[in-house]
Design a protein around this ligand. Structure first.
Ligand code: ADP
Ligand code: MG
Length: 267
């Protein structure tokens, strides 16, 4: 359904953003290179990555530790700069935006379930969830209402006023998911969202993400080490040494029977 992009000339690059609008691609990344320069060593973490994701898809990115999965998520979501290439999110060329515009775009259109994005320990669950809404300028009362609705959806109504330290690992990750989704973002990025959880709790979290993907049509891009989690995605993208070695669209990877739902209202 989604083809690998192998374009190169400047003219082709220019038309790339327009093309992604014509196909229903929410993510179109072309020729991404990223090198970390630590002074003593240079790590070429992304070596010409091309990736397209259709609206409403749930994509799992898998590969050995250090192959560039987190770097790819950071570069696709605009959290990190790229050295070369282009990322188009829903028709917007991300790295052409000024820093504050990009932050604003992220806050309004993207949700993050990263282990680094920890919950604020001094705030209650509901206060953590409403943060992105308050940052986006939603009024306090409306923010509280929508956050309580979201906590209800992840099954945590009765934990709303608990601080993160009073919650189990699985409950905390549910709060993180509620916070990532409260803005109804078009795209949710998740970096090893079940990494620290026992298999039963992890299963519950992935069930929740699949439900949300189906019901709301939100696009999920998640990094995982778990074959169980990978199997639940529509497609597995495999990375090695900074490259995508299998984008999951080849003949050996038939599309699963799961239907991709239509877009959410916000995307
Ligand atoms: P993964 O998420 O697949 O484990 P990463 O994207 O975190 O891999 O890292 C890819 C490579 O880039 C690794 O070799 C890692 O050591 C290196 N790397 C990641 N972040 C940095 C950084 N901030 N500075 C220097 N090197 C980095
Ligand atoms: Mg990582």
């Amino acid at each position: 359904m989604v083809n690998v992009v192998t374009k190169g000339s400047p003219a082709e690059c220019r038309s790339f953003a327009q093309e992604t609008c014509l196909q229903d691609l929410i993510i179109a990344a072309h020729g991404l290179h990223k090198t970390y320069d630590t002074g003593s060593v240079q790590v070429h973490a992304l070596r010409g990555v091309n990736l397209e994701v259709a609206r409403g898809e749930m994509v799992a990115i898998m590969g050995p530790s250090g192959c560039g999965k987190t770097t790819l998520l950071n570069c696709l979501s605009g959290l990190d700069e790229i050295d070369e290439g282009q990322v188009v999110i829903d028709g917007v060329v991300l790295h052409q935006l000024a820093d504050d515009q990009r932050s604003d775009y992220r806050a309004r259109r993207m949700g993050f379930v990263f282990q680094l994005y920890n919950l604020l320990p001094v705030l209650s669950a509901v206060e953590n969830v409403e943060m992105p809404l308050l940052v986006s300028g939603v009024g306090a009362r409306e923010a509280r209402r929508r956050s309580m609705e979201m906590l209800d959806l992840v099954g945590l109504t009765d934990r709303a006023r608990h601080a993160p330290g009073e919650l189990s690992g699985g409950e905390r990750q549910r709060v993180t998911i509620a916070r990532a989704l409260v803005n109804q973002p078009g795209i949710v990025w998740a970096d090893e969202p079940t990494g620290d959880l026992d298999s039963e709790t992890a299963g519950g979290i992935i069930d929740l993400m699949c439900d949300l993907n189906r019901t709301n049509g939100q696009t999920f891009v998640l990094v995982t080490h778990s074959d169980e989690v990978g199997k639940r995605a529509h497609r597995i993208v495999r990375m090695r040494d900074g490259e995508i070695v299998d984008d999951g669209n080849g003949p050996d990877n038939p599309q699963p029977s799961t239907t991709i739902t239509s877009a959410s209202s916000e995307s």
